[in-house]
Design a protein around this ligand. Structure first.
Ligand SMILES: [Mg+2]
Length: 242
């Protein structure tokens, strides 16, 4: 199927491990040639989203795991739509303080200063302190949502997810484009809501690391080192857009 819009996770999917690779620019090129929009759907902060909107050929981003949509408005300026209300944003601020009181030495990610609708903790910090499952229990006890990307444990108050944000975006910004006319690429646990809710999803081959932890798997699962991260995205798009 030739997609009308390509949605994609960023870390591990459009990046090769932790590196930006030149392949990303080949992906931009093939999509631009085919007049197909790319919308990153990432757990990274909205501040990262500003970078994408400013420096890449991208006009919309879904960031913070689906908590916020960033886009160029009709004047060409960057604008936002937050998908949770101010009350939940305020509760999150309080919970971010509480967790640090409860777990001594636990710091939030440096990019948490640029986050509005969620906060994050480095997975490496959680494993160093050996408190990952205790922190998860703490969130569950306080009714705080959480999920893990390749690099972070993200947490937030209120209801949002990558798939909810994609549906919201299609309804509000892409009048007439249906979910089944789109494609999604991902590689991690925080992509599961999309694997569950969207018909055409593709897992790049490095998803193999978390595949057995996913209840809902992508429709297409790429295999082999030549299909890791952006290589898999480019190969799959090249096949589909032949
Ligand atoms: Mg990822």
């Amino acid at each position: 199927m030739r997609p009308k819009i390509v949605f994609s996770d960023f870390d591990g999917t459009l990046t090769l491990g932790e590196s930006l690779s030149p392949i990303l620019f080949d992906i931009f090129e093939i999509l631009q040639k085919n007049n197909i929009k790319l919308v990153p759907v990432s757990g990274r902060s909205i501040s990262w989203g500003h970078f994408f909107l400013t420096h890449f050929p991208i006009d919309t981003v879904i960031m913070e795991g689906g908590g916020v949509i960033g886009y160029h408005n009709s004047k060409g300026l960057i604008d936002h739509e937050f998908l949770i209300d101010d009350q939940e944003i305020g509760r999150l601020e309080g919970m971010a303080m509480e967790v640090r009181k409860e777990f001594r030495g636990l710091a939030l990610t440096a990019d948490s200063v640029g986050r509005i609708t969620d906060r994050a903790i480095e997975l490496s910090v959680l494993s160093e302190l050996g408190v990952k499952s205790e922190v998860e229990k703490f969130w569950d006890k306080h009714g705080v949502s959480h999920s893990c990307s390749n690099v972070h444990m993200n947490f937030w108050c209120g209801e949002f997810s990558k798939i909810k944000a994609i549906n919201y975006y299609l309804n509000k910004f892409e009048d007439g484009v249906k979910l089944e006319e789109c494609m999604f690429f991902g590689d991690s646990l925080n992509d599961e809501s999309v694997f569950k809710g969207m018909p055409y999803t593709v897992g790049v081959s490095n998803i193999s690391v978390v595949l057995n932890q996913l209840q809902h798997k992508p429709k297409v699962i790429l295999e082999g080192p030549d299909n890791a991260g952006p290589r898999g995205v480019l190969n799959h798009l090249s096949n589909v857009l032949k």
